[in-house]
Ligand binder design. Sequence first.
Ligand code: 5RP
Ligand code: ZN
Ligand code: CA
Length: 222
Amino acid sequence: MIEKAIEAMKNGEIILIYDFDSREGETDFAIRSDALTREDICRMRKDAGGLICTAIHPKAAEKIGLPFASDALRETGFAERDGDIPYDPKNHSSFSIWVNHKDTFTGITDNDRTLTANRLSDHVKSAMNGGKLNFSSEFRTPGHMALLRANEKLLDQRRGQTELSIAIAEFAGVTPCVTICEMLDDNTGKALSKKDAMEYGKKHNLVFVSGDEVLEYWNNNH
Ligand code: 5RP
Ligand code: ZN
Ligand code: CA
């Protein structure tokens, strides 16, 4: 399925990424942010239901100057500490800042979040290629799109959907800026089970890929 996931990422389709039984045990929708439409955001909030975030390649995050939230908020005394994340105590969360594009109104509508994500991808592309787009002239924080900064060693260090989605984008040769959202279960109050996420994929013709498959491909191909 990994080859199909790479192909679907290339084609701008939503793919379903499961992390690991030993980690969150969650499945996220993931789509390259430059292909994202307002229909995709609508589908994310209705069918997936989790938090809509945009994952960013570490190289671009570094160039743009996007901090980890845990670093930026340290002096408040509220920032997460080492070992705080129960399913991944060796790493901190990938959360960075939250942004809105300055041409949005409230920032939360499907149109607004789509504009924010699409333009984020332009900035990531520029940063990856040594360009000089001015981030702060186009985005403001706080906002309604959570940015996720992928680990600088990607899957060699951290194995969340942040890194899984960026690794797949790298393999696909597309701009490594991917909008993701967890699939939740309306009936149980929990994350949607792997089995149900796979069934959703089958029913809607979306590729489902597991972290194990991505990791095996990563270890053999990078
Ligand atoms: C943001 C999250 C999600 O779990 C998302 O999948 C990214 O986090 P991670 O890389 O840790 O899996 O917490 O909604
Ligand atoms: Zn999470
Ligand atoms: Ca996750």
